[in-house]
Design a protein around this ligand. Structure first.
Ligand code: COA
Length: 178
């Protein structure tokens, strides 16, 4: 039996957080860093359990993304994984639906940086690939993030008009900025 739960990081015990980190390490291998994990904390997690085992995780945290002269309260999605032997059964879609509800109710924009493998997954859910230039606000000023141009997706919401061909600037953090 599968069960989907959502909870803030503050309400997850160490066993659950360790299971989530282990799942991310298993799926992403050496690409998963401590900073990547830190980026997934401090917001709402969607956790998918099957017979007591964690088989899926995703989270959404608040960031500021500058666009069209505004610093948008953005729900930034991190750590989206479904265990390899449980894919293409709708689990990823269920995790994302839970987070998209949070984004629609609590934020002005959704955003994420997709892996090559997940481009089709997000596009099929109505996420839009960014077509303009991406930037980051770094401690030394604004900087281009060319390597991220192709992977950034946004979930526009009705209240905030978005020009996908314009510029998108994320706030600063350690590790990968997008
Ligand atoms: C991306 C991922 C979370 C999708 O999980 P999933 O449980 O397989 O997704 P779902 O079964 O809910 O897929 C729903 C729909 O999304 C689309 N989709 C899912 N995976 C896809 C893929 N690899 N390529 C293209 N479309 C895909 C399909 O339309 C699919 O519906 P269908 O199976 O009826 O064709 C999973 O493949 C994964 O963990 N990948 C490795 C980690 C990763 O890259 N995460 C993304 C980080 S940004």
């Amino acid at each position: 039996m599968t069960e989907l739960r959502t909870a803030h990081t503050a309400d997850l015990d160490i066993v659950t957080l360790t299971a989530a980190r282990t799942l991310l390490d298993t799926v992403f291998g050496g690409d998963m860093t401590d900073q990547d994990w830190e980026h997934a904390l401090g917001g709402i997690h969607a956790l998918l359990w099957e017979d007591g085992e964690l088989i899926g995780h995703a989270s959404v945290v608040q960031r500021r993304v500058l666009h069209g002269g505004r610093a948008l309260r953005t729900g930034y999605v991190e750590g989206v994984v479904v265990r390899a032997d449980r894919r293409r059964r709708g689990h990823g879609a269920a995790l994302m639906a839970a987070l998209e509800r949070v984004i629609r109710g609590g934020f002005e924009l959704g955003a994420l940086s997709a892996t090559e493998e997940a481009l089709g997954f997000y596009a099929d859910r109505g996420w839009r690939r960014w077509q303009g230039l991406t930037w980051a606000l770094t401690p030394l000023g604004i900087a281009r993030t060319e390597e991220d141009d192709d992977g950034v997706f946004v979930l526009p919401l009705p209240e905030v008009p978005i020009d996908l061909t314009a510029e998108l600037v994320c706030d600063w953090r350690d590790g990968d900025v997008w």
